[in-house]
Design a protein around this ligand. Structure first.
Ligand code: ATP
Ligand code: MG
Length: 193
């Protein structure tokens, strides 16, 4: 029998501690190389013809009830976007389907994580493709506040008319709760439900 992952399916998985998000980001000595990771990702998408960077301020309420203005870097491209499976891979480590594309800059499946976590504590990805629109949240704030020992990535998906997909899935309510509580969109979070 050829070797396959199935024959080792009971072997323990490794666990990546949330502190690794910061550790991994220290490969960027300065912010501009981190920004370059996000520009590279947009430019790898042959369909993307526009890329914008904006600085916005959002008012958020902390766990102690006080509100504050948070500086937020917004990166936007008009490429093909991602379906939920692709978004889940993006938020993980080492997944890259670019190796067959000689023109692509990306190779290692790590740039987004290293770059975004160098620029801020939290990254909320909003993406739309031909079949769905999704939110995914890579958040050191959420992981620290909840004492997670592993990296959880809250995700939610809607169809193009705004109907929530996978409503029966156990993780959805918890994912929306995490996004509502810890992301900049807490002010308008009731619209997510
Ligand atoms: N702006 C984007 N639009 C669409 N898909 C994206 C975008 N940014 C990232 N992705 C997807 O997420 C994956 C992971 O991105 P990431 O930057 O972490 O790794 P990579 O670009 O594949 O390799 P590298 O580590 O060399 O940057 C990409 O391979 C791509 O499939
Ligand atoms: Mg990349």
């Amino acid at each position: 029998m050829d070797p396959s992952p199935v024959q080792y399916s009971s072997v323990k998985h490794t666990v990546i501690h949330p502190n690794f998000l910061h550790t991994n980001s220290t490969s960027h000595r300065w912010a501009f190389s981190a920004i370059a990771e996000l520009i590279d990702n947009a430019s790898d998408d042959a369909q993307a013809t526009q890329f914008c960077i904006d600085l916005q301020q959002f008012e958020v309420t902390g766990e102690d009830g006080t509100s504050k203005e948070v500086d937020t870097l917004v990166f936007m491209d008009n490429g093909t976007g991602m379906n939920p499976l692709q978004l889940h891979k993006m938020l993980g480590f080492g997944h890259s389907d670019k190796s067959s594309n000689a023109r692509a800059i990306g190779r290692f499946g790590n740039g987004f994580k290293a770059g975004s976590m160098r620029l801020g504590q939290d990254a909320l990805v909003l993406t739309k493709c031909t079949t769905s629109q999704s939110a995914g949240f890579l958040s050191q704030t959420f992981l620290k506040a909840t004492g997670c020992e592993d990296i959880l990535v809250p995700m939610a998906t809607w169809d193009l008319e705004g109907r929530r997909l996978g409503a029966g899935q156990a993780d959805l309510k918890q994912s929306l709760d995490a996004i509502m509580r810890y992301s900049i969109f807490q002010a308008c979070s009731s619209q997510l439900y």
